[in-house]
Design a protein around this ligand. Sequence first.
Ligand SMILES: Nc1ncnc2c1ncn2[C@@H]1O[C@H](COP(=O)(O)OP(=O)(O)OP(=O)(O)O)[C@@H](O)[C@H]1O
Length: 253
Amino acid sequence: MIEVESITFGYTPGTPIFEDFTWRAGRNESWVILGPSGCGKSTLLSLLAGLLRPQRGVVRIDGQVLTRPRPQTGLIIQDYGLLPWATVRENVRLGLRIRNFYGADGVHAPRDYRPTLDVEPWLERLRLLSVAEHYPGQISGGQRQRTAIARTLVLNPDILLMDEPFASLDAPTRENLQRLVLDLWQERGLTLVLVTHSIEEAALMGQNILLLGRMPNHSARVIENPGVLQSGYRDSSAYQDLCRQLRARLEEV
Ligand SMILES: Nc1ncnc2c1ncn2[C@@H]1O[C@H](COP(=O)(O)OP(=O)(O)OP(=O)(O)O)[C@@H](O)[C@H]1O
């Protein structure tokens, strides 16, 4: 469970992006944070990741106040964050190597160091085996994004945060990866929080949509989207209606 409780946060004094803002996301839910450019979507994700701390209020994960990044939270950003000099396989291994070195809490090395890095099932699941020895510069944008997803999921996160993960991909690759992330969300029992400025993506990926507006954001405006897991939802009138509703709401902002 993610609890954002009465937080106030701004980068500069006197210009809060969130003011007394409260929002909750249940375990295993999928959420999309939608809103116009500059409204604070990425900032909220950084607060959930523990990369930023609110000036007032708290973020709690499973009842624990977040004071720094937690190892069980996976974060995938727009430019994938891959090491250009390492192969796909080495990139996927990276998180595990760091975890084995520092320990699951990010501070203490584990007593029982486990050198076996089980990345192969993830390379296979994400269809990366054929490019496992390639470098990021030698593979497609979709393959780079799948590498970033594999590198994160190999660590068995319970929360997956994604910031505009498909923005630079062509439409078929994007649709393919949206489907994959929804499958992984279900399969792994993840809590998924995805930032986007695409209305269509919000409607396709978010069981719940958190609509941010003009700064400072005071209250969470939530739109429920229960149809997200139905097969053929992309072609349904419910999906079209939701897109229209979201467009109208965004125009009001
Ligand atoms: N590191 C920073 N220092 C100062 N101001 C920042 C910083 N990062 C973001 N901002 C400002 O905070 C506000 C919210 O930014 P944020 O990136 O969270 O918005 P966003 O909704 O994700 O935008 P976009 O959709 O354009 O990516 C913007 O006005 C932005 O200029």
